[in-house]
Design a binder for this molecule. Sequence first.
Ligand SMILES: Nc1nc2c(c(=O)[nH]1)N[C@H]1C(S)=C(S)[C@@H](COP(=O)(O)O)O[C@H]1N2
Ligand SMILES: [Mo]
Length: 530
Amino acid sequence: MAQRRSGKRFIAWAALAGVISGAVFLAVAELFALIFARTASPILAVGGFVIDIVPQPFKEFAIATFGEYDKIALLAGLGLAVVIASAIAGVLQLVKAPLGVIALVIAGVLSTAAIVTRAGVTPLAFLPPVLGTIVGSLILVLLVRRLRAWRAAAAATADDSASGVVPENPAAPKGIDRRRFFALAAIAGVSAVVVGVASRAVTMAVGSVESIRNALKLPAPKSTVTVPQGAELDIKGLSELFTPNKDFYRVDTALTVPTIDPETWRLVIDGMVDQRVELSFQDILDMGLDEYAITLTCVSNEVGGELVGNAMWLGVPLRDVLKKAGVKSGADMVLSKSVDGYTASTPLAALIDDNLDAILAVGMNGEPLPLEHGFPVRMVVPGLYGYVSATKWLTELKVTTFADDEAYWTPRGYSAEAPIKFSSRLDTPSIGEAVPAGKIPIAGVAWAQSVGIERVEVKIDEGDWMPATMSTPINDDTWVQWFMEWDATPGTHYVAVRAVNKNGDLQIEERAPIAPDGSTGWQRSLIRVT
Ligand SMILES: Nc1nc2c(c(=O)[nH]1)N[C@H]1C(S)=C(S)[C@@H](COP(=O)(O)O)O[C@H]1N2
Ligand SMILES: [Mo]
């Protein structure tokens, strides 16, 4: 009876030995993941693998059941599975060595496979799970060996007391084997928890893409844009010449902002090219960066809308990037792809034109691209709406034809090609805002990317169109600010604005909706003067 109970007791301690070895395996892997390859965490890789293979209805069920905590629920489930599996490995090792070690090695092989098959893997990513498996197995062997010694000693003592024979080794203090087992179990267990938790915490702190971005220092540009005197007017309520990143409009289909480590980022240039080319982030930086001031506009911008912004981008010309691959004749489009599956179709001509600054941007207003604006690399093409040109989180440029390929928005009611329709906007006084009578500025912005704004005109009520004063343009790809002093009289007034581009075209008066290729119309706002 005593024998049977103590047998069960050793099974339980073997299970504990297994759990500790499993913890050591994970902790060692986390520690080396921190050193060699931040994406090589076995638990997270296996979790990612599970997410990838789980069928869509189950994912929806998980999201419906656990809401935002679906991933935490998944990790908790995985954690529980690890505890149970490693407890079984411990018992196996006690009952029939080296079955436990074999089980651990199988787990190590599976998690290594999960890690090295994940996207954006680095060459040393196999090391953390392999080292984890080795150290975990070693601990399992040692713990179970000590457990056996303890079990043998306990059995001997029981036999001795039963037979009344003097113990074989009276010099060994009673319980030494038990203490040796617990000493190792405690040291291994506590070290595993401390090392594992600390490594994961540090990885999360320094390894988050946000902190990678914060630590990133872009090289100084080869050439800078000179912002001329008089480029920026100082008028309250007028848009700043350069839109601060935090205020820059954001439009995309991404549910969660993609997080890409520039270290693992690659741009593939393929399709109708002489040779497929793969560029790293460093390759882009090594091309040498230049500054480009370009105003971005969304096709969804309504007349008078906010979906337009101006930035100082830091990047390289797309024509130089495409040259590396060599574009084959017959191609007329580049399908740019994002890490999130989004695609845009840009006319090849716009990307290889020597007189147009179509770029790959890595910097925005003196910083690396913000995560939500496409970190680490996006496209910016002057004169084309964002949806056909400004792919964020860029991963691939496929040289192709409009006949053969279609972008994300094309089957969804938007044109395959969409040059920006030049426009003008009134910023101040803002609509509905009551302004005091007297001399006040009317001011706003106007843009005609790649052509340039020639003139902005303002009309009050039924008066004549009057030329507004324009800020000195930086270039033809950026918006200009404009203003006019107005002697406002009490009552309600209509203020209208329109622009003329450098080709001499007048902004289109007729209203058009945003679909399929951008809105048109003159903004006319009702202003209250008190
Ligand atoms: N990956 C990706 N890139 C994208 C989009 C998107 O949905 N996904 N939207 C495009 C559209 S419609 C516009 S107007 C611009 C907006 O860029 P911003 O969010 O940096 O202002 O990004 C373009 N690039
Ligand atoms: Mo857009």
